[in-house]
Design a protein. Structure first.
Length: 477
């Protein structure tokens, strides 16, 4: 396998086809963050602040990090961090290698599960030392014994509470938050004022968007989201239900689809396909399709993740309101208590043969300076509070070498930083359960079937069937 590779997993396949990441990087100059290359491993630990047991007994070997796709505009930020680690003094015997799995979350999950199951048949099957897990998979991997717990008090080290909660299962933290994600609202600034989208409940926001779209006549739909049959549908459905005062799963871990607020939230999606609130074929829309609708002027507003901002703006250098790939727009939080938390966290695998050095690598990747760099250059929401402030020292991919000669204030490129941090801190968690993959599969499959054969009304009988299927899946049945 090549030193830097991308693996596209296929459903039902135990292996993927390796594609060198270097193929994507030949035209991009290296990203230099202004920290001297001759930093020792000991000083890295001091800079990062996380405390782990150092074991001189780790045998020499490559630390392999498995991750999903780097979705930043440049697409090489993760690899640049790995290159930085490999250039540091003291890491010669423990270089890191990044393996990119499929860009689809379900295929990422399937490949990681297949690997984890085979990794316990003997040391010869060891491959991955660190997994960049979607937060909602952490409990499953923890319960199965595929990852080991984190002993450090992450909140005391400056990590935000919500991302830590997302990787806490059975009273223990199982991964170090790497990047956060949260649903945000993108809206047309030429058709909407700030007062139109802030300070409103979710139903009030949707009604305001619908009225504006109907009055304008140049946009076809009021709201674009993710309603295809995948995890995005589960997340968007949760946000609609939360926005109407309901729950899909209670804090006690019981499915709540039978309650009036939950039915109202789901019904608003079904009726929205007919009323012009949503595209009538929205059941095909992922993040990419909904962004295209917004960029092409079909939709007045869009729910999407913050990393999509640069793609719409035509590049990260365009600042607060860009016109790169579409109309004038701005990004604000969804109404309070509505947005779902996403993100990925770095977990040490139980199969790792270099656990001490792998922990050091996790510390390095999640340090505040690296978080700030990922935010400044790629729009990735930080998981550390301090990374939302301060100056960025360095050069981003694609920038001329002199661009980072002087420190640059984070606000110059990310003026929405305060809004994004607040959104992350107030975000709602998806159910933290080992059976989340089964639950979301049952829910988005069943609800998608209702959307594709909707008649403008959500039938109580169909909702009961969906409720029972989701309840069984959440119990692991």
């Amino acid at each position: 396998m090549a030193p830097h590779e991308r693996r596209e997993g296929r459903a039902g396949s135990s292996t993927g086809e390796a594609v060198p990441i270097a193929e994507r990087r030949r035209s991009t100059p290296l990203w230099h963050i202004a920290v001297a290359l001759a930093v020792t491993a000991a000083s890295v630990a001091a800079l990062v602040g996380l405390v782990v047991e150092r074991s001189p007994g780790d045998p020499p070997g490559t630390i392999v990090v498995a991750t999903g796709r780097d979705v930043s505009e440049a697409g090489v930020l993760y690899q640049e961090l790995i290159d930085r680690w490999n250039a540091m003094e003291g890491n010669e015997d423990h270089p890191a290698r990044l393996v990119e799995l499929s860009g689809r979350a379900d295929l990422q999950h399937a490949e990681m599960v297949r690997w984890a199951q085979s990794a316990h048949t003997g040391p010869e099957h060891h491959e991955y030392d660190v997994l960049n897990l979607d937060n909602q998979w952490t409990a499953e991997f923890a319960r199965a014994g595929w990852i080991v717990p984190v002993e450090t008090d992450l909140r005391a080290e400056g990590f935000l509470g919500r991302p830590v909660e997302a990787v806490t299962y059975d009273g223990r933290v199982w991964a170090v938050p790497f990047t956060a994600d949260v649903g945000m609202l993108y809206y047309r600034t030429d058709l909407l004022e700030t007062a139109d989208v802030r300070g409103r409940t979710f139903p009030e926001l949707l009604e305001r968007l619908r009225e504006t779209a109907a009055a304008d006549g140049t946009v076809e739909y009021a709201y674009a989201g993710q309603f295809a049959r995948y995890e995005g549908l589960t997340v968007n459905a949760m946000e609609f239900v939360w926005g109407h005062g309901g729950e899909i799963v209670s804090e006690a871990g019981r499915v709540q689809l039978h309650t009036p607020p939950a039915r109202e939230g789901l019904s608003s999606i079904v009726t929205g396909l007919r009323s012009g609130l949503l595209p009538e074929d929205a059941w095909n829309d992922t993040e990419a399709e909904s962004m295209r609708r917004f960029a092409d002027g079909e939709a007045l507003a869009m729910r999407n993740w913050p990393a999509r901002y640069d793609q719409l703006a035509g590049g990260p250098e365009n600042g607060a309101e860009g016109t790169g790939a579409g109309p004038d727009f701005a990004m604000v939080p969804l109404p309070e208590g509505t947005a779902a938390l996403g993100g990925q966290s770095l977990a040490l695998t139980a199969a790792s043969q270099q656990p001490a050095k792998a922990r050091e690598l996790i510390e390095f990747l999640t340090a505040e300076s690296r978080q700030r760099a990922l935010f400044f250059c790629g729009g990735y929401a930080p998981t550390r509070a301090g990374a939302y402030e301060g100056d960025f020292h360095g050069t981003c991919p694609g920038e001329p070498d002199g661009a980072g000669a002087a420190p640059r204030p984070l606000d110059d490129r990310r003026p929405y930083a305060a809004d994004l941090r607040a959104a992350v801190e107030e975000a709602r968690l998806r159910p933290v359960t080992p059976y989340y993959p089964q639950f979301t599969g049952a829910f988005h499959t069943g609800f998608h079937d209702l959307l594709t054969r909707h008649g403008g009304v959500l039938d109580q009988g169909d909702l009961t069937v969906l409720h029972e299927a989701a309840e069984m899946a959440l119990r692991g049945a």
